[in-house]
Structure formats: C-alpha cells, structure tokens
Design a binder for this molecule. Structure first.
Ligand SMILES: C[S@@+](CC[C@H](N)C(=O)[O-])C[C@H]1O[C@@H](n2cnc3c(N)ncnc32)[C@H](O)[C@@H]1O
Length: 278
C-alpha cells in the first residue's frame, strides 16, 4: 500500500481538493501542517494511484511538494476509512463493491461484492475498473468469461456473480493470484485462478467474454499474439487513455476480426466493448 501526499499552499487548497477528488474517488485524507500548509493524501496499490503529472496539474501553482511513502500492511485502521463502497446501476440492477469492513446494505436487484483491496490493484474505484464493471453489468451473460490481469479479482468475481460461467482469472503477479483466490472465496464465486504471464506464456486464454483491464502495450501484445482458441465473442478492453482507444480497436479488428460496439470514457480513461461481427 502506498501513501501519496500532496502539500499545497492554504489559499487555493479547496480548489485543489475538488480536482483531487476527481482523481481519487475513493477518498482523500486532509490535514494541516504546523506551518499552515495543507496536506492531501491518497492511499492505494502501486498503479492505482493518480499519476504524478496529474497531481502536479491538480495542484497547479499551489504545489509545495509531493511525497510518496510505503505504508506497512498492518497499518490498516486509518486507510480503511478511505476505501468506500461504489455502486454501479443499470436498469433495476445494482452492482455494489465494498471493502469487507463496510456493512452490506440489502437492496433489491443488488449484487453485493466484497473486495479486500490488500496489495493488488482493483478496489473497483479506479475509472478503468469502473468502466469495465459498467460494461459487464450491461451484458446478458452468455457463457464463459476470462479476466486477463485480474488484480484483486474484482472483474472476474463480478462476472461470476452476474451469471457468466465458467470464469477464469489470470495474472502474472503472485499477490494478484492470491488476492483473486481469496476474494473469490469470500464471495462464494466459482473461479479458476491461475498465474499466467500474457507476455511469456503464449496466446491468451479465451472465452465467450474476455475482460482485459491492462495497459496499451500489453493489450497490443495480446491482440498480436492472439488467443489459445476461437476469438472471444465479446471483449472489454480498458486501461487505456482516450487517445489510445482507436489503436487498440484497430489491433483487435485486424487480428481477431472484432468490431467496436461501445466506447466509454471517464476523465482521461477509456474502455472499449468489442464484438465478433454478427
Ligand atoms: C490495471 S490492473 C487491473 C486489475 C483488475 N482487473 C481491475 O480491473 O481492477 C492490471 C493487472 O494486470 C496484471 N498484469 C500486468 N501485466 C501482465 C502480464 N504480462 N500478464 C498477466 N497479467 C499482467 C497486473 O498484475 C494487474 O493486476
């Protein structure tokens, strides 16, 4: 877990906070230092935190300094306060993702997911994960699902809870595989979880639905290396900056014949829904 602190001059602190909340929807810790400087801190796994250029842009001329520090795993009570449940709605369905210490709030049509943020990427709050969750929620389950780069397992578990089966989750990091397996157990979700490096272990596993919240270079590699069976009927690709989306759509169109049927954006991020032509 990493703590990223942005220290700003007090005069424009409120304006900076408004920008930071956009970048870190799961919460911002605020404190005043003895010299009057305001410190805003966000917590998350590596890769899930706002980028330094974004933080600098948010702080603008008020920036005093940016500090990064590792937070010990047992240092839990404080950062817990910054991981809030998120809810995604579609028609009468609600997908609610909450950390284990937040109470379940029963509601009709709700799928309740408990995800322990731990060390793996994927509390559900990051824009790229949210966009994938939105797209999965809106699809009619129609077979198996593979989650490429599962992190905490949030997307695979959501797919399983929404009716996709069988569901396979792969990641190259041991921590992510462990987190996915533990979170699957906590949600009584049936998943096959495996350690798999998309760059080294051959073509990606395939299924009717493939969800891939990865970065541009790995998505292009996956498109070029292909799948270990028939191309997916549906593919959700995320982890993309808006200006990278065309490139990814083109890569999967030329390698797997998939066509773009939806594109969602949030802030600087985009997610694509690609489909085999009907
Ligand atoms: C942006 S995170 C997405 C996590 C989760 N699926 C979500 O949507 O919140 C990307 C994940 O891909 C994994 N990953 C990155 N490169 C990979 C590779 N070459 N092979 C397999 N997994 C990889 C990372 O370990 C990380 O867990």
């Amino acid at each position: 877990m990493i703590r990223l602190a942005v220290r700003v001059a007090p005069a424009d602190a409120e304006l900076v906070l408004a920008e930071l909340v956009e970048l870190a929807p799961s919460g911002v810790e605020e404190s005043e230092l003895p010299d009057g400087t305001i410190e805003y801190a966000v917590y998350g796994a590596d890769g899930e935190l706002p980028s330094l250029p974004d933080l600098r842009a948010a702080a603008g001329g008020s920036l005093v300094e940016i500090l990064t520090s590792e937070v010990a795993d047992d240092w839990d009570e404080q950062w817990k306060a910054f991981h809030k449940p998120i809810s995604i709605e579609y028609g009468s369905s609600i997908l609610r993702v909450r950390p284990p210490w937040e109470e379940r709030v029963p509601a009709s049509g709700q799928v309740d997911l408990v995800i322990d943020p731990g060390q793996a990427f994927g509390t559900g709050a990051h824009a790229t994960t949210r966009l994938c969750l939105e797209l999965v929620l809106e699809l009619e389950p129609s077979g198996g699902c593979v989650d490429l780069g599962s992190g905490s397992g949030v997307l695979a578990i959501a797919a399983a809870k929404l009716g996709w089966a069988p569901v396979v989750a792969v990641d190259h990091e041991r921590e992510s595989v462990e987190a996915t397996a533990a979170n699957a157990l906590a949600n009584a979700a049936e998943l096959e979880v495996a350690r798999f490096d998309l760059r080294r272990d051959g073509p990606a596993p395939t299924a009717r639905l493939v969800v891939a919240n990865l970065l541009l270079p790995i998505l292009i590699d996956v498109a070029e290396a292909g799948f270990d069976g028939p191309a997916p009927g549906l593919l959700i690709a995320s982890g993309l900056l808006i200006e990278q989306a065309d490139r990814v759509a083109e890569a999967f169109a030329s390698s797997a014949g998939l066509v773009e049927v939806d594109r969602r954006c949030h802030g600087e991020w985009a997610a694509l829904l690609l489909s085999a032509p009907s």
